[in-house]
Write a protein that binds this ligand. Sequence first.
Ligand code: SF4
Length: 385
Amino acid sequence: MVEVQEVASVPAKTNLLGLSQSKMEAFFESIGEKRFRAQQVLKWIHQLGVVDFDEMTNISKDLRNKLKDVAEIRFPEVMKQLDSVDGTRKFLIKVEGGSAVETVFIPDGERGTLCVSSQIGCSLDCSFCATGKQGFNRDLTAAEIIAQVWIAAKSFGQLGVNGPRKVTNVVLMGMGEPLLNFDNVVDAMSLMMHDNCYGISKRRVTLSTSGVVPALDRLGEYTDACLAISLHAPNDALRNELVPINKKYPIAMLLDSAKRYIEQLPDTHRKITIEYTLIDHVNDRPEHAHELAELLRDVPVKINLIPFNPFSQSDYKRVSNNALRRFQTILIESGYVTTVRTTRGDDIDAACGQLAGSVNDLTRRAERYRRQMAQQEEAVRIVGN
Ligand code: SF4
């Protein structure tokens, strides 16, 4: 008979990186320490960029040793940092399980916006989105989300005493649908806005959703960050094609929910950002602009037009400059603040909608798309012969 030896399992260390203030306080209580330690450690990690317990000098040596036994500050690995000629910086970040996500920093005068990913890939498969074509692997943890902010800020020397404020804004518009990863996103956003962490104003942190209405209905209980809606179409028929989740939560339901979110915020002048990716001969006609103006009549919005950025797995084309100008003019004349997102970081594939990372796809969607593309190319080759 084989004797089975019991192996004492070593309890996993708690990763402190993604803990919100309340979770950090609960952690310190759980190890028999005072709750105020949470503030100190949050400040060390997120404001001063210190991740070695031995350097946390306002904490006693005994507690530092205790922390080393039970906790860690563990980061995903930066595989690549790419710098564009226009100042855009992209990070390719490898997460546990072997996939990689992308984070992009876009400078604009005094402002620096960090576009953060919330999931590895995305399950929603919007037809114009490179991330959607990659399939889906899993949600990012709160630690993996806030690590993107830490990594970018650290790369600019922002963390520490009197570091330059380079990352002034954060948008959750990278890979993934943030509201499908609710708890982790909310925890990470609380760290972005916390005075002892990054101290970014609630007016400068924006969550962008394609329309997960039940989660949007709960959002106001947890945060007062800004809201963007990935709309991309002025009616349900067209939006069903571009943003399939619309079949479940149609436009009227989504806009009602967004209005409720914005109206319950204590500051009254905030607007919802409407994102509208303009695709040549799909949603860029004057009648679409008029329909959009009518649709948004009673919603407090500003509109951001995004020229579609072509990528290999899509047949869509970039909107023409004429159509773009015409579309914008109609909206402005209808009384909407309407901006056009300029393409940045083209030379490092960091433009909007191009974030693809490297997803170990559990949905096999990426494989299906590759097969479809190969079949189409084969058909074109046969016709051409
Ligand atoms: S646009 Fe957003 S929600 Fe749609 S597939 Fe891309 S990442 Fe997902």
